[in-house]
Design a protein around this ligand. Structure first.
Ligand code: ZN
Ligand code: ZN
Length: 343
């Protein structure tokens, strides 16, 4: 299939029209009405390539795993009709060894919406009516803005990368890549009291990073890398670009930590691995999140992060394909959000 044909098929995959709504709500699920959803790099990979990180879609699906919604029918759960809830997309089995250890991100029987990792695939959150396990719906206190609450899932991913890197107040932290995930890592690290430097190729992205809480902004190619050598306690790699990973290896101090938050796709690469040995660098991976979902919701409830400054643009749900095209064009700085119908 040509790239264009793939794209057309993928565009059908995100169509939000004509979605059949089941008559019966599955056991343990609540019926919800979408409030706000947001676009993730994962959605873009599926949209553009019908695949992400080596997982290929077997059939068209509705994308989306970042959203908040209003309860329409609690279906016997403790949720209340009309309540705004954050949706945790990780539907873990609750019985495997990782689940027992509180590591639901590594659950061996996890279900995840809008993803080829779950077979058969489950439709994602880019739709008006969503049935979701009630236990994965986190009610929030009154007055929380749904346009902020949709950040719960990506913020949880960013907080997990900070926890994996043990980011604390007073540390010098470099975030390479100022896409939505990098921006949230910056905001989260700044909220913890770290001294954050942001690095990106694009001056506009660095500007948003400064609004997100970075004290210093660096534009790749416009500064001398020798000046930041062995400077940072922790580097959060959020670009997925190999040159940025090599910069991270240089910029981290001896015995420092590089936490990989980016969704690095498989490719051939030249990496300065000897620096890991010479400086005793720790390189840790960060995949999704566990308790950080709760941390993220609390951060949003507390209003500690200016999510409006991190929002690039909003589209109505029916314009999801346009929103993905904007993301694909690279012309958006910050998160793109989708608005459900307001009642
Ligand atoms: Zn995501
Ligand atoms: Zn499990």
């Amino acid at each position: 299939m040509s790239r264009i044909e793939t794209k057309l098929t993928a565009a059908k995959a995100v169509s939000t029209n004509g979605q059949a709504v089941a008559d019966v709500i599955p056991d343990g699920h609540a019926r919800l009405r979408l409030a706000v959803a947001s676009l993730c790099g994962t959605d873009l990979h599926y949209y553009s390539n019908f695949a992400n990180a080596g997982f290929v879609l077997q059939n068209p699906i509705t994308l989306g795993h970042e959203a908040c919604a209003y309860v329409v029918d609690p279906n016997g759960s403790g949720l209340k009709e009309g309540q705004l809830v954050a949706l945790n997309p990780i539907m873990n089995c609750q019985t495997c060894d990782p689940c027992k250890r509180g590591e639901e991100n590594l659950c061996t029987a996890k279900k995840f919406p809008g993803s080829a990792t779950t077979v058969p695939h489950l439709n994602g959150f880019f739709r008006a009516v969503i049935d979701h396990p009630a236990r994965c719906c986190r009610p929030v206190k009154d007055g929380v803005n749904p346009a902020h609450l949709t950040f719960a899932e990506p913020m949880a991913c960013a907080l997990h990368s900070l926890n994996k890197g043990n980011v604390e107040a007073g540390q010098k932290v470099l975030v390479t890549g100022c896409g939505p995930m990098g921006l949230l890592a910056i905001a989260g690290a700044a909220a913890r009291g770290a001294d954050v430097t942001a690095l990106d190729l694009r001056p506009q992205a660095v500007n948003v990073a400064l609004k997100a809480g970075a004290k210093t902004g660096l534009i790749a190619g416009e500064f001398d890398e020798a000046e930041i050598e062995k400077t940072f306690d922790v580097v959060v790699e959020a670009s997925g670009a190999i040159p940025a990973f090599n910069t991270a290896l240089k910029a981290v101090r001896q015995k420092g930590c590089i936490s990989i938050l980016s969704n690095i796709q498989m490719r051939a690469a030249e990496i300065a691995l000897h620096l890991i040995m010479l400086k005793e660098i720790q390189v840790v991976g960060s995949f999704q999140f566990n308790r950080e979902f709760e941390e993220a919701v609390q951060l949003i409830e507390a209003g500690s992060v200016d999510f409006d400054a991190l929002t690039a643009q909003s589209f109505p749900l029916e314009k999801t394909a346009d929103a993905l095209e904007l993301m694909a064009s690279g012309g958006a700085f910050g998160k793109i959000i989708l608005l459900g119908d307001s009642e």
